[in-house]
Design a binder for this molecule. Structure first.
Ligand SMILES: *[C@@H]1O[C@H](CO)[C@@H](O)[C@H](O)[C@H]1NC(C)=O
Ligand SMILES: *[C@@H]1O[C@H](CO)[C@@H](O)[C@H](O)[C@H]1NC(C)=O
Ligand SMILES: *[C@@H]1O[C@H](CO)[C@@H](O)[C@H](O)[C@H]1NC(C)=O
Ligand SMILES: *[C@@H]1O[C@H](CO)[C@@H](O)[C@H](O)[C@H]1NC(C)=O
Length: 567
């Protein structure tokens, strides 16, 4: 008989449901909770204690938190939803206030959140502590030594609250104590490609909102590629005028500042990438003199995807043009990081390009030596304006290019390549296609190949991403070289219409891996079983906030933790 109704089994089942932990995502690295229901009092307020001048972006963040505590209307994921708590809430204690204050080391002053979030990746302070008492009329606290830490604490605080369906806002696991929660890795990112298809500023802002909910710190903006050049670069307006899909599909300089400010005030640094010398075919529309094998056919002989075209890296004029282009945009950006790309260089394109061959002959250099000269020029120009170069892994592993030890290398081809990058003593960010590519598994997009799959099949589920180990096969000495990681959306088959659904809640998986690290607050290893109910909760909360995050399971399962697992 399958329906065993022994009292012992029933007890175990209900205990499991009651013990579903808070739906915090990423889960804090230290967390203690009780089981008392606490309501938000009608006069609830958030106050800042002992900070001489509260930065405007911190004031704005506090206002947003106050609004969301009332507007989220997110009901607990249990059978009967919020209504199951209504009766018990009648006599529940209420919270009167949340105070934000600085640790003594901060000396009473803070910088704006944006200033903290855009600091050198190795120098950001995100840690905070949080308490929420279960006494009636109690006061919750968040303390941190920076505005960014206070902001991360506010983000956690927002995730503690639920709606009971009659308008009562409450938390159900008071008292709560979080001590010095801080990220395991500083780089917790998401990459968006806005060249294959265009995304409006509003789509990017909605994505930044979702990233901020899961304490991501880095938006990697792969803004240009071979198909379109949607970016206005000061001094180079012709690139977008001739290279964008339309005049409507261009990020103006004002749009760029709008995006980096929106991100920065939400704790996110923007790493802009101008991919070079490959992935640049579109530049031929305004500067044919700088592009080799522009739209050469068959494209398969000259590039990894159509259209073919790469910067003439052996040309002094092209090198100068590229260095000027990169510094012109980089110097308008607050981030210290800037990516010069460097993936998928096609050698045949240069072999077939008579000008490149002439340039190589004149200089007496091999193609690899010319690539080194080109890279020294672009990276040297970036360093001259105080920026740290970022490159794709081929620059470190496949080419003979000298990279300064400050360079950040993005590992994308395979997770197994991270160890080789670390062995060279270079800092790295994990973005491996075998775990973190969000576009895999959607079929081939090449037009006349009806039966093929995507090159990186299969689809990378949230569970797959969640099992990623950032420290696999690294020595203790190499571990500090790991800055973190990111999930990535290449947009050949994406557009604003599927942006939210292809990214969320999947991309939250790496946000937790790189914030929480290998262990849950109780010391056990992170695992998909305990992550699932919290990820459901995050997804429902995202939907409340206008992010079209997709369901992970039937709602029946989301309301019954564990009931849809395999025994
Ligand atoms: C490009 O060339 C011009 C003229 O020779 C020079 O003034 C400028 O500094 C060069 N720019 C870069 C980034 O090398
Ligand atoms: C890189 O340089 C080494 C030593 O100079 C040489 O043996 C190797 O062939 C070069 N690799 C490429 C791809 O040019
Ligand atoms: C890079 O090298 C310099 C000089 O050798 C050294 O001082 C610095 O600590 C190194 N940086 C990294 C990130 O290894
Ligand atoms: C780590 O090493 C093992 C054994 O060589 C290998 O099977 C695995 O794929 C490696 N993982 C990564 C992420 O490098």
């Amino acid at each position: 008989m399958k329906t065993n109704s022994s009292p012992i089994l029933l007890f175990v089942f209900s205990l499991g449901v009651c013990h579903s932990t808070f739906a915090l995502w990423p889960i804090p690295r230290s967390l203690q909770t009780g089981s008392t229901l606490v309501k938000l009092s009608s006069g609830f307020d958030i106050q800042v204690n002992g900070i001489s001048k509260v930065p405007q972006d911190l004031q704005d963040a506090i206002s947003r938190t106050k609004t969301r505590l009332r507007s989220d209307k997110h009901q607990r994921l249990v059978v009967g939803r919020g209504a199951t708590d209504s009766a018990a809430l009648t006599h529940a204690p209420s919270l009167s206030k949340l105070t934000l204050s600085l640790t003594p080391s901060a000396g009473g002053t803070v910088n704006p959140i944006m200033q903290e979030a855009t600091k050198d990746i190795a120098k950001r302070t995100e840690s905070y502590s949080l308490t929420l008492p279960s006494s009636n009329g109690g006061i919750a606290t968040i303390t941190a030594s920076s505005s960014l830490g206070l902001f991360r604490g506010l983000t956690t605080f927002e995730q503690l609250w639920y709606d009971d369906s009659t308008g009562v806002t409450y938390t159900y696991q008071a008292p709560v104590t979080i001590t010095n929660d801080s990220p395991a890795f500083p780089y917790r990112g998401f990459m968006l490609d806005t060249s294959r298809n265009f995304f409006a500023v509003s789509d990017i802002k909605r994505t930044l909102d979702a990233m901020s909910m899961v304490k991501m710190s880095q938006f990697h903006w792969h803004v240009t590629d071979s198909q379109s050049f949607p970016l206005t670069v000061p001094g180079f307006p012709e690139l977008a005028q001739k290279g964008a899909y339309s005049t409507q599909e261009i990020y103006s300089s004002a749009d760029v500042q709008d995006i980096v400010t929106y991100a920065g005030t939400r704790g996110i640094d923007v790493l802009v990438e101008i991919d070079t010398p490959g992935h640049t075919a579109i530049i031929s529309t305004s500067h044919p003199e700088h592009i080799a094998c522009a739209q050469a056919t068959p494209w398969e002989s000259f590039a990894n995807e159509p259209p073919a075209g790469q910067l003439r890296l052996a040309s002094a004029a092209t090198t100068n043009f590229t260095a000027s282009l990169i510094t012109s945009i980089a110097k308008t950006l607050p981030s210290t990081l800037f990516s010069t790309g460097g993936d998928e260089l096609n050698v045949n394109c240069y072999t077939q390009d008579s000008q490149t061959q002439t340039d190589l002959k004149a200089s007496g250099k091999t193609l690899e030596q010319a690539l080194d000269t080109f890279t020294q020029a672009t990276h040297g120009a970036l360093k001259a304006i105080g920026k740290t170069p970022v490159v794709w892994e081929e620059m470190a592993l496949e080419h003979n290019v000298t990279l300064s030890n400050q360079t950040v290398v993005m590992v994308w081809i395979s997770s197994q390549n991270a160890a080789a990058v670390a062995a060279k003593g270079l800092r790295l960010v994990h973005g491996p296609s075998d775990f973190f590519y969000l576009d895999c598994g959607a079929g081939e997009w090449i037009g006349n190949d009806p039966t093929a799959n995507s090159w990186c099949d299969p689809f990378k589920s949230w569970q797959k991403a969640y099992t990623f180990d950032p420290l696999a096969n690294l020595t203790a000495k190499e571990i500090p070289l790991v800055l973190g990681g990111e999930q990535l959306l290449w947009a050949e088959q994406s557009s604003p219409q599927n942006l939210d659904s292809i990214v969320w809640p999947r991309a939250a998986a790496s946000a937790e891996i790189f914030w929480t690290g290998a262990k849950l607050p109780d010391g056990s290893a992170v695992n998909v079983l305990s992550a699932l109910p919290r990820l459901h909760d995050l997804r429902f909360r995202m939907v409340q906030r206008g992010i079209n995050a997709i369901a992970l399971q039937p709602q029946w399962c989301a309301l019954r933790d564990g009931a849809c697992n395999i025994d």
